[in-house]
Design a protein around this ligand. Structure first.
Ligand code: HEC
Ligand code: HEC
Ligand code: HEC
Ligand code: HEC
Ligand code: HEC
Length: 473
């Protein structure tokens, strides 16, 4: 049998070398070899540059570690294609197909060469896949690849305490499956991006956000004891820009107390041993119908809003288990309020408190509507000067121009950190639930702690000022 094959190969078909030669001799085969070699060199240089930290610009990274290897891969594909087409052509011309002859030294060499190159390729593409996988979950990729749309989330993330946490750590399940899932749903969004059919602003809360056990539990322990924490809030008024009121509160953050081994305080909600579920009455979860508490010892309590679900609310009926993001909804994407930023500017001296009327004028320019962020950047300092001039006269401007311009630059930055007219994101578009600053709009603790949600026996969820923090004076 084997003699027969050798016989045939010797008799009819061209040698492997001849075949390869004829394949590469075609322009298709040569193009394949050329493309894969060039892009191999470029990709390796890119990989080295990226790993060594020389290439940081995300657009360059996309080109070097995603696009170059993709080009190389298409070059590689051309080679077998050329061989195949070459073989077919021979068939049509009545010539015999090619045969591998292992007794032939040259054939063995070529096969060894192909094997070695294949191993190099496998190692190379594994490396590329690994780097590419990490990069595609990174803030740089998510934020910049879709910068126009996700720029706000990218920017706020970059200045949060989670700046070093990759987007996909919170937005995709662990492992390759989760990655693919996120990227596929990303593809759907990508289509939306190209056709322009995405909501402006992007909707929050995110419907398919990971379970908190998966997202936050990767790094945070739900029962960790934080005890109490002093927080100071500094408030100014338009009439007194120089003597702020310092509001100090002692927050009872709690957790599982190591002395008593009992959960306590604010963090009791999401700790072990208790489950709090609630029925949101709207998509934003700013109105809450029933609240159900189940404790480890089997006690179940249900608090209801009198009149509760008035039948107008579509999402009633669905129960949601309260978790970290019901309070820490903006811990990666916190937006500021204008008052908070102006007061912090006064406190840090970036806005000179001695400038007459500067607090009121600063708030006024921040709340102005600019068509684009660029326009805001260019105009805010100028507009502030104008307002100050109207208020204090031209002579005042002459002597205080530098201080006003400095305040203007600070405000322009603040504006750019928080407002994206193109995405319809303005002051207060995304609010947090962490306290009761936005309780009028339905955000924060008072959604439940309103002394109105009541059990059948008349017990309510308390709004007693001393429940969460030492009573402020
Ligand atoms: C620490 C976890 C965490 C990280 C890291 C994180 N996010 Fe988020 N993200 C969230 C949570 C929680 C929400 C839901 C906000 C809400 O309900 O108000 C969210 C919401 C969003 C939204 C919806 C719009 C909005 O502002 O609510 C987008 C888009 C988004 N994130 C993109 C990103 C991008 C891009 C990155 C990386 C640059 C990133 N996220 C990193 C937790 C995270
Ligand atoms: C990959 C790890 C990681 C993940 C995942 C993560 N965090 Fe964090 N988080 C940290 C680290 C580290 C800090 C401390 C940062 C510091 O102090 O500078 C932190 C700080 C915080 C803080 C205190 C500071 C602040 O911004 O108020 C909160 C609250 C918080 N995380 C909530 C969350 C929530 C909610 C999630 C899930 C949606 C989450 N984290 C997911 C690592 C993580
Ligand atoms: C009932 C609302 C609520 C829930 C639920 C909640 N937190 Fe908090 N958490 C708070 C408040 C309020 C603070 C203190 C706020 C501050 O420092 O500004 C806080 C503080 C923190 C801090 C900073 C603690 C420190 O010692 O400085 C971390 C980290 C944190 N939370 C993580 C989590 C994680 C993880 C979960 C989910 C397992 C969670 N929280 C659930 C309300 C909550
Ligand atoms: C979804 C409804 C809901 C929200 C929102 C909510 N809570 Fe609660 N909270 C409850 C319920 C229900 C209880 C009573 C639990 C029980 O019966 O043991 C409670 C109890 C508490 C307690 C007392 C814990 C103890 O040791 O007995 C504190 C403190 C507290 N909440 C703080 C907060 C803070 C701070 C926020 C906002 C950051 C907040 N809660 C938001 C439902 C809520
Ligand atoms: C359910 C828990 C809870 C209850 C009840 C509560 N607070 Fe608070 N409060 C908070 C939390 C949490 C913060 C911190 C917010 C933050 O970190 O930004 C806060 C912050 C504050 C601040 C400082 C914020 C600022 O901008 O100055 C004041 C003042 C305050 N509370 C007053 C009160 C008063 C008065 C009551 C009683 C009517 C009350 N609180 C009841 C949870 C509560």
């Amino acid at each position: 049998m084997s003699e027969n094959t050798t016989e045939i190969s010797r008799r009819g078909g061209p040698s492997l070398r001849e075949e390869l030669h004829s394949a590469f001799g075609t322009s298709l085969g040569m193009a394949g070899v050329l493309i894969s070699t060039i892009f191999f060199v470029l990709s390796v240089a890119g990989l080295i540059g990226y790993t060594a930290g020389l290439i940081n610009n995300p657009y360059f990274v996309i080109v070097t570690i995603l696009l170059f290897p993709a080009c190389m891969f298409s070059g590689l594909l051309l080679i077998p294609l050329a061989v195949c087409l070459g073989g077919r052509k021979r068939g049509k011309e009545g010539l015999a197909g090619w045969r591998i002859d292992l007794t032939n030294v040259r054939h063995r060499r070529i096969i060894t060469l192909v094997c070695v190159l294949s191993v190099v390729n496998v190692v190379f593409f594994t490396l590329v896949a690994q780097k590419g996988y990490r990069f595609m979950g990174s803030p740089a990729f998510c934020g910049l690849a879709c910068h126009r749309v996700m720029g706000p989330e990218y920017d706020t993330h970059g200045r949060s305490s989670h700046a070093k946490v990759d987007c996909l750590q919170c937005h995709a399940a662990p492992g390759f499956d989760g990655f693919l899932q996120a990227k596929f749903s990303g593809l759907g969004r990508f289509k939306g991006m190209i056709t322009g059919q995405y909501s402006r602003p992007l909707s929050a809360p995110v419907k398919d956000l990971l379970s908190v056990a998966t997202a936050c539990g990767r790094c945070h322990q739900s029962d960790r004891y934080s005890g109490s924490k002093v927080k100071t809030f500094v408030h100014y008024t338009n009439t007194d820009q120089e003597n702020p009121e310092h509001q100090e509160i002692i927050l009872n953050v709690g957790g599982r107390n190591p002395l008593t081994d009992m959960p306590e305080g604010i963090h009791r909600h999401a700790g072990s041993g208790i489950t709090i579920e609630y029925q949101p009455l709207n998509e934003k979860r700013t109105r809450i119908g029933a609240v159900r508490v189940s404790r480890a010892d089997g006690v179940i309590k249900e608090y209801r809003l009198p009149g509760g679900d008035d039948g107008k609310n579509a999402s009633a009926g669905h129960w949601r288990t309260m978790d970290c993001t019901d309070c820490h909804n903006r811990s990666a994407h916190a937006f500021d309020s204008p008052i908070e930023k102006v007061d912090s500017g006064l406190n840090s001296g970036k806005i000179d408190p001695r400038l007459t009327g500067i607090r009121e004028d600063s708030l006024a320019v921040l709340k102005r509507e600019y068509k684009t962020r660029l326009e805001a950047k260019e105009r805010i300092a100028f507009d502030l000067l104008k307002l100050q001039e109207q208020r204090n006269g031209q002579d005042y401007i002459k002597t205080h121009r530098a201080a006003i311009t400095q305040a203007g630059a600070f405000l322009a930055k603040v504006y750019q950190d928080n407002v994206w007219p193109e995405m319809k994101i303005t002051w207060g578009t995304y609010k947090d639930h962490i306290g009761h600053r936005y309780s009028k709009e339905g955000y924060g603790c008072f959604r439940c702690h309103d002394d109105k949600h009541a059990t059948d026996t008349g017990e309510t969820i308390s709004q007693d000022c001393g429940l969460c923090h030492a009573e402020p004076e």
